[in-house]
Design a protein around this ligand. Structure first.
Ligand SMILES: NC(=O)c1ccc[n+]([C@@H]2O[C@H](COP(=O)([O-])OP(=O)(O)OC[C@H]3O[C@@H](n4cnc5c(N)ncnc54)[C@H](OP(=O)(O)O)[C@@H]3O)[C@@H](O)[C@H]2O)c1
Length: 431
């Protein structure tokens, strides 16, 4: 006898429709493997008239999530609405009504995770959110459950397929940022409004969730330094290669020696020999370093209908098991074994700095003096042959320095009369 589980599906877009489709097409496989049959009893959408690319009985559709919570046969709700307003109200009401929640909403968890999990704990309702980070890659379960005995030293992640597609295309074929973005849009790798993918916001949401799992508390969004890929030029890709590096939009999550937690999202030069350098196209990868496991690498598709539905359906089966036996946790365990998060100004890194300057003697010395006064060591510098007879690029690789120190020095460099445009600053990481 297979047990029937009533599901309420909020959202029938890219992921929601994909989940519905999988529940129909993999019904037998799921029933045999898990012992459950999932029955979608209600679907919440905004527009009842929209033509859907996955067919579902019209009587299931409603425009109000409140209707979904009125059905006592719905035991698990799946939130795939997106956004942080209606989705937040819906999840809170679902928890208060005792429904188990499955969600893929990284923005909501990054902004309101603390409140949501406190409410879940109060009502003893588990929340599953594997799809919220890196789509089809099971990174949530791995960091939270499989590595539970580890002290996590660091997590480095390529967590946005759109930006990784653009950067690796620039690396391979040499177009500038705008041309690479246009191509990504044409091929469907970038959405109509790709702002959050390009400005690092989407990666920051995922990084905050990973940091919470690794270190037991929710880093506030304002404590994360976030830079996107908009400033990366073909020139930088070229110079990085000259130094033996590849540029990636990298989330760096780390416990410092004093136990404070650093979370940074920035274009970052990684050695061309590192595994992360070879992660190309729309793929995601996450390198986790634990004191017991050592280095572990996860690689796969971080978005898209099928990979994301794969994670949501996995969560649904976990949720069904949690219905049968009291859940051992609500999905996140807060603790205070680590200190607070480190202010972005205090986070140390090595840097790549490109400055466009007048092609005149003495310019290099002026910039070196600013670095010297700030106590920032220069590891190497290149001055390529000037293409323009009046202007040239100076490219510096620095030793480790606090970001606050580096940005003060940058301000001074910017104000030098010999500097022709805003300098470009990226991180350099050994991963
Ligand atoms: N797309 C991915 O690859 C991916 C990967 C990982 C995680 N996620 C996360 O999964 C969630 C869903 O993403 P998605 O790409 O599937 O979004 P989407 O394609 O925009 O779909 C959103 C769905 O929710 C419905 N909806 C939105 N707001 C609503 C409201 N206030 N009331 C009623 N219905 C509402 C929409 O209705 P209509 O159809 O009528 O417009 C639509 O069906 C997001 O949190 C996203 O971050 C997505």
């Amino acid at each position: 006898m297979k047990e029937n589980i009533g599901i309420g599906l909020a959202g029938f877009g890219t992921v929601g429709a994909g989940v519905f489709d999988v529940l129909q097409h993999q019904r037998d496989l799921l029933a045999e493997r898990s012992g459950f049959q999932f029955e979608v009893r209600s679907i919440v959408v905004r527009d009842l008239k929209k033509v859907r690319d996955v067919a579902a009985p019209s009587e299931l559709f409603t425009t109000s999530w409140r209707n979904l919570l009125k059905d006592p046969e719905i035991k698990i709700v799946v939130e795939l609405l997106g956004g942080t307003t209606d989705a937040f109200e819906f999840i809170k009401a679902a928890i208060e009504s005792g429904r188990i929640v499955v969600t893929g909403n990284k923005a909501l968890l990054a902004e309101h995770g603390e409140e949501i999990f406190a409410l879940a704990k109060k009502h003893d309702v588990p929340i599953f959110y594997e799809a919220a980070v890196a789509g089809g890659i099971p990174i949530i379960q791995s960091v939270r459950d499989a590595f539970v005995g580890n002290r996590i030293e660091s997590i480095h992640g390529i967590l946005n397929g759109t930006s990784n597609y653009i950067l690796s295309h620039m690396q391979e074929a040499g177009p500038d940022y705008r041309a690479a973005l246009a191509e990504a849009t044409e091929l469907g790798y970038a959405e109509a409004d790709p702002t959050l993918d390009l400005n690092g916001g989407d990666v920051a949401h995922k990084a905050i969730i990973l940091a919470a799992l690794a270190y037991g508390f929710w880093v506030k969004p304002e404590a994360v330094r976030v830079h996107g890929i908009q400033e990366v030029t073909a020139t930088d890709v070229f110079f990085a290669r000259d130094f033996g590096y590849v540029i990636k939009l990298l989330a760096t999550i780390r416990a410092a020696a004093d136990h404070s937690i650093e979370v940074t999202v920035a274009p970052t030069l990684v050695s061309k020999n590192s595994v992360l350098a070879s992660v190309n196209g729309a793929f995601n990868a996450i390198a986790v370093k634990g004191d017991l496991v050592g280095e572990a690498l996860f690689y796969g598709k971080g978005a898209g209908r099928k990979p994301t539905a794969s994670s949501v359906v996995g969560d649904l089966v976990e949720a069904a098991f949690a219905l049968e036996s009291p859940a051992r946790h609500v999905g996140f365990s807060s603790h205070s074994l680590y200190g607070a998060s480190k202010a972005p100004q205090d986070v140390h890194a090595c840097y790549y700095l490109r400055v466009a300057v007048d092609d005149q003697p003495g310019v290099l010395a002026k910039i070196a003096t600013i670095f010297g006064e700030a106590g920032i060591g220069i590891a190497s510098v290149i001055q390529p042959k000037a293409k323009d007879k009046n202007k040239t690029d100076l490219v510096f690789m620095t030793h480790e320095a606090a970001y606050g120190k580096m940005s003060n020095a940058l301000e001074k460099i910017k104000n030098l009369s010999c500097v022709k445009s805003t300098p470009v600053l990226f991180n350099v990481e050994s991963v």
